[in-house]
Design a protein around this ligand. Structure first.
Ligand code: ADP
Ligand code: MG
Length: 243
């Protein structure tokens, strides 16, 4: 589904991605862990072309973007095939929960209001918030807002969902409900690439865990391999600090 080859990204003189290679298969859940500043967000943002990489290639379900030779139709196709869920949920404040989800269906995908409502309601059932459909985001908890954001990201029927620390802005007691929604998507075989600091969650949801440090992938393996017998000293040190 996703195939990244030798991706490089710098901000001025600061090299942030130093040759990243990554394959994510259809239906696979890959979790990236690593210290702050190691380039995890930049990698996710580059996949969605929110950041412009200098070289390498990104391919999603056959659409290939060559970073040194990008064209706008490929960029648009790439963006359309992915959805991103951020740490802060960024819902439209003056739209109801339902409208937050139907907006892009009606405006971008040109669906009728009825059809958009049906899709949005089905997604609200999935994230357990159908009873909140007419409320405004401000009346919802952070965890509920993030669940709406996840439903919204799914509305465009993405081939891949990118999660960038989806629970790190939440109060601890609200983390579980969001992780459970992501677990449910994993169970439904949604292809996902997730950056998280929730190691317990990573352990039980990931098909594969990647440890990233200083712009490169240091080590990857099954959750068991990474969490119980990491091979690299940097992985060991990081896990020792966070576990
Ligand atoms: P992580 O998500 O792993 O914490 P980031 O990808 O956010 O790491 O950041 C990696 C490095 O790139 C950091 O040193 C950060 O300061 C730098 N960086 C990120 N975004 C920008 C930007 N827009 N301009 C300049 N430097 C940036
Ligand atoms: Mg980050």
């Amino acid at each position: 589904m996703l195939f990244i080859k030798n991706l490089y990204k710098s901000f001025g003189n600061l090299e942030v991605l130093k040759g990243v290679n990554l394959t994510v298969n259809k239906g696979e859940v890959v979790v990236i862990i690593g210290p702050s500043g190691s380039g995890k967000s930049t990698l996710l943002r580059s996949i969605n072309y929110l950041e412009i990489p200098q070289s390498g290639s990104i391919s999603i379900d056959g659409i290939i973007l060559d970073a040194e030779n990008p064209n706008s139709s490929t960029i648009n196709a790439l963006r359309k095939s992915t959805a991103m869920v951020f740490q802060s949920y960024n819902l439209f404040k003056n739209r109801t929960v339902l409208e937050n989800i139907t907006e892009s269906l009606i405006i971008v995908q040109k669906k009728s209001t009825n059809e958009a409502n049906e899709i949005a309601e089905a997604l609200l059932h999935t994230v357990g918030l159908i009873e909140k459909k007419h409320q405004y985001p401000s009346s919802l908890s952070g965890g509920q807002q993030q669940r709406v954001a996840i439903a919204r990201s799914m509305a465009v029927n993405p081939k891949l969902i990118l999660f960038d620390e989806p629970t790190s802005a939440l109060d601890p007691e609200l983390v579980g409900e969001v992780l459970n929604v992501i677990r449910k998507l994993a169970y439904e075989k949604m292809t996902m690439l997730i950056v998280t600091h929730e190691m317990g969650f990573a352990k039980d949801v990931a098909d594969r865990v990647i440890f990233m440090d200083d712009g490169v992938f240091i080590e990857e393996g099954t959750p068991k391999e990474i969490f119980t017998s990491p091979q690299n000293e940097r992985t060991k040190k990081f896990l020792h600090q966070v576990l």
